[in-house]
Design a protein around this ligand. Structure first.
Ligand SMILES: [Zn+2]
Length: 219
């Protein structure tokens, strides 16, 4: 595999039931450089307080890989929640690959966050559905968690790994999208969400990497 996936531990959050969730981002290295998938937590202090965030700077997390923000040539945001794009501003030199529908949703639903992030100055590459970002690195539109959510495909020899974003918080939601009792926030549109999970399952990824769960699923 010429593309290599390295996981970052960017924060932990406290969910409404008191459980703590990790926040993972991923570096995908390729022969010409490195891509960052999701930038970790940031936002107004009241948001961070609500979630009892224990945060790390993405620069510190990259330093553990002997990398710095300058090494990141391109950022993909799976979606624009505060724990996935919170430190985008660290990568002002890089373009952000985001679904067009997701940026509109954020502008509409979370104008406070939109302004906090200073998105007007960001350089977006707006995508409309599935797209190839680099050879072997693709995004798949997976609406349902949010309107413009996307997952990231990292191709190897025949098989591929899936960086699932929040299309499923945990292996359980991935394995059984038909279950009721979804965790709060898992789906803003339950039918669209189920359809998206079924779609990515049908593609049979070799490994699935989660943002909020530490297990890596092997098929
Ligand atoms: Zn989310």
């Amino acid at each position: 595999m010429t593309l290599e996936i390295k996981r970052l531990h960017l924060a932990s959050l406290e969910a409404s039931d008191g459980s703590r969730w990790p926040v993972h981002g991923f570096v995908v290295t390729h022969p010409g450089g490195a891509v960052l998938v999701d930038t970790g937590v940031g936002g107004p202090q009241d948001v961070l307080d609500d979630w009892r965030v224990v945060n790390r700077s993405v620069a510190d997390a990259l330093a553990e890989l002997d990398m710095s923000p300058a090494d990141i040539g391109l950022v993909i945001n799976t979606h624009l929640h505060f724990d996935h794009c919170g430190q985008n501003a660290v990568f002002k030199h890089a373009p952000f690959y985001v679904q067009r529908a997701e940026l509109s949703r954020m502008r509409r639903e979370s104008s406070e966050l939109y302004e906090w992030f200073g998105f007007m100055n960001a350089r977006f590459e707006l995508l409309d559905g599935d797209a190839e970002v680099l050879p072997g690195l693709e995004v798949i539109a997976t609406p349902g968690h949010t309107e413009g959510h996307q997952c990231v495909v990292v191709r190897g020899d025949g098989a591929f790994d899936l960086l699932i974003g929040d299309a499923a918080y945990t292996p359980r939601q991935y394995a059984e999208p038909g279950r009721d009792n979804l965790p709060p926030g898992q789906a803003s549109d339950v039918e669209a969400w189920r359809e998206s999970v079924r779609k990515i399952r049908s593609l049979r990824p070799e490994h699935v990497h989660f943002c909020h769960h530490t297990d890596i699923l092997h098929s």
